[in-house]
Design a protein. Structure first.
Length: 624
């Protein structure tokens, strides 16, 4: 299949995914009660309205505060569209009446239970402030991301010049072009990291850094970006998620590189905010003058008198001065920055219009849908992909689109078509060797090895690095159960999970746990199990002194993180051997490889071991 046929097929599959997600969102909005949306993390209710103000981008923003006392992880983040709703008690009906306000707002940033949203205009603020009924906010369907991906595919199919060359290259077995020079030495990198940086510098078209868990992918990528900046004035760095953009941006700033981050970070602190576009814009010496002119424009509009012939003249004069200042500030900010960092969808931002870069770095490329990767590609001459296609895949809601290949990423295809462009990082610095070896053998052909300093790391002497706790239900116990149709829970296994951790903590001893700040991650693939575990953990007195060292989350929530001890609750327990999305082995690879020194897995072998992966895992644990 040639490039144009393949991209046409991708467009059809993306259209299928778009329709599936939009229909699911419509159905959920119509059929799901607000309580269910709150439990899913897709809504906040009830809300308290906070202060409103114009931000540095001259957008009207409103603070909202979640008043419900809940342990639910929410799904709100920068750039996502939201809608407000009101719940009015109905006099003759059993349930309250839900009404949506007729406008869409956008999340600017979220910090815990506080969120700032951008409103379309001041009239909408009055709509919200006038409501007497309790207000809530929920995620809306994200048309923008799809629009950007469709536009990128259309542009790529029509492309001439460099984009057309990359398009045709990426769908063929043609070898990518490279430069020739002697290997450069980087004494603080290991040999495969060093080779990866050299391959990035040699690549004229594409290079791929394949980084299994704990192998220092970010360290390698930061070094490759730093060396590229010795040869190019500026580079574009993108990732699928805001969290991944934050992570790479922070590491680049730590190396003294001037980063301009488009979009707001997921963690709101001074360090993260310091390199954002908005904060830099506000800090520019011309900003106070611009702010004064914008305020004058708002005052002029609100105090317009009938028959004022000079109104339009004054307004146009002020708007002209504001535009001139804005262009000057933006010019300064983009001229100073060595790295422009944003999400893949964020690279369609109007601020980047007309800009070109020598190199595009895509971090966590194996988590991004291919159409999203084509969004920034039109701005660059060459592409460097970094990630691991044996870890978390992109999210695809349509089963039909997934089976037809939408879930296959650009990185996956290029690894297969262009093995000469791939460098596998082979030394891991995170895990005890016994924890690492199963993952290395199963996913990486046994090529990943442990650095000597972590090979035998453990908390207790003569401790087994991996323990399997059998959770097959007895006659009195239930196996898995549906939690309100949203997810699965296994009550008995949740209790056993905390029992296993309590037992291990008792062996270590309270004082040592506190002195050495031994941290723990409890992971379950099912959100309902995560919420149950959080509730049980909060109630159990034994864990009270250690709660700040224990985090409970889904596999996706632990991506890119690590802990001294990882406990995994697999939940599935049934007579039919049904394991649902535990069949996505990449998620299991992520879960297991978060552990530095101890891995405790809880699962029902009778159910799980019918699948060859889990059978091999059980046998491996027994052999230790």
């Amino acid at each position: 299949m040639d490039a144009l046929q393949a991209l046409t097929q991708q467009r059809l599959l993306l259209q299928l995914e778009y329709s599936t997600e939009k229909e699911a969102f419509r159905r959920q909005t119509e059929e799901s009660g607000i309580e269910r949306k709150v439990r899913r993390g897709d809504a906040w209710w009830p809300l308290r309205l906070g202060r409103s103000y114009y931000n540095s981008m001259n957008q009207l923003t409103l603070e909202v505060v979640r008043e419900a006392d809940t342990d639910v992880e929410h799904n709100f983040e920068f750039g996502r569209p939201v809608v407000f709703f009101a719940m009015a008690p109905a006099p003759h009906a059993k349930t309250a009446t839900l009404s949506y306000l007729p406008f869409t707002a956008t999340v600017s940033y979220v910090d815990g239970d506080r969120m700032v949203v951008i409103l379309p205009d001041s009239g909408r603020l009055l709509d919200l402030q006038r409501r007497d009924e309790p207000l809530g906010v929920q995620l809306s369907f994200d048309e923008t991301s799809y629009r950007c991906m469709f536009d990128a595919l259309d542009r790529t199919m029509r492309a001439k010049g460099r984009l057309a060359y990359l398009r045709d290259l990426f769908f063929s077995r043609q070898r990518p072009a490279t430069l020739t020079f002697q290997n450069m030495r980087f004494p603080y990198l290991n040999s495969t990291q060093e080779r990866a940086v050299n391959e990035v510098l040699r690549a004229k078209d594409v290079a791929i850094v394949h980084g299994p868990p704990g192998t220092g992918k970010t360290t390698t990528l930061v070094e490759a970006i730093r060396e590229t900046l010795m040869r190019e004035p500026q580079v574009l760095v993108c990732a699928q998620s805001n969290m991944a953009v934050d992570w790479i941006s922070e590491k680049l700033v730590d190396r003294g590189i001037n980063v301009l981050r488009l979009g707001n970070p997921t963690r709101v602190n001074d360090k993260m905010l310091s390199f954002t576009y908005e904060r830099r814009f506000e800090a520019h010496p011309d900003y106070p003058q611009l702010w004064a002119i914008r305020k004058a424009i708002r005052d002029l509009r609100s105090h317009r008198r009938r028959g004022d012939e000079k109104f339009h003249q004054k307004l146009e004069s002020l708007k002209g001065r504001a535009a001139e200042l804005e262009i000057r500030i933006n010019g300064d900010l983009f001229a100073e920055a060595r790295v422009i960092a944003c999400t893949l969808v964020g690279s369609a931002h109007r601020l980047l219009e007309g800009m070109k870069f020598g190199t595009l770095f895509i971090d966590e490329a194996a988590q991004a849908l291919e159409p999203a990767c084509w969004i920034p590609m039109r701005r660059v001459s060459r592409v460097v992909l970094a990630g691991d296609h044996c870890q978390l895949p992109p999210t695809v809601k349509s089963i039909a689109a997934l089976k037809a290949g939408l879930g296959r990423t650009l990185m996956e295809r290029l690894v297969e078509l262009k093995p000469e462009a791939v460098t596998l990082l082979q030394v891991q610095y995170r895990m005890n060797d016994d924890i690492m070896r199963f993952s290395s053998n199963y996913f990486y052909h046994g090529k990943v090895v442990s650095a000597p300093e972590v090979k035998f790391r453990s908390i207790l002497d003569l401790d087994r690095a991996i323990t399997w706790v059998e959770t097959a239900p007895t006659d009195e116990q239930q196996g898995e159960a549906s939690a309100d149709g949203l997810s699965l829970v296994n009550q008995a296994e949740a209790v056993l999970t905390l029992d296993a951790l309590q037992q291990y903590f008792s062996r270590i001893g309270k004082q040592r746990l506190l002195d050495e700040r031994i941290d723990v991650g409890i992971i379950s693939p099912y959100r309902a199990q995560v919420q149950l575990l959080r509730r049980l953990l909060a109630k159990r007195e034994f864990f009270k002194p250690f709660r700040r060292f224990i985090s409970v989350n889904t596999v996706d929530g632990f991506q890119g993180q690590e802990r001294d001890v990882i406990v995994i609750s697999l939940v599935r327990s049934n007579d039919e051997g049904q394991i649902g999305f535990l069949r996505d082995l990449r998620r299991m690879n992520v879960a297991m490889t978060r552990a530095r020194m101890k891995l405790i897995i809880l699962g029902d072998r009778h159910t799980l071991a019918r699948h060859p992966f889990y059978r091999q895992l059980c046998d491996y644990v027994d052999s230790l």
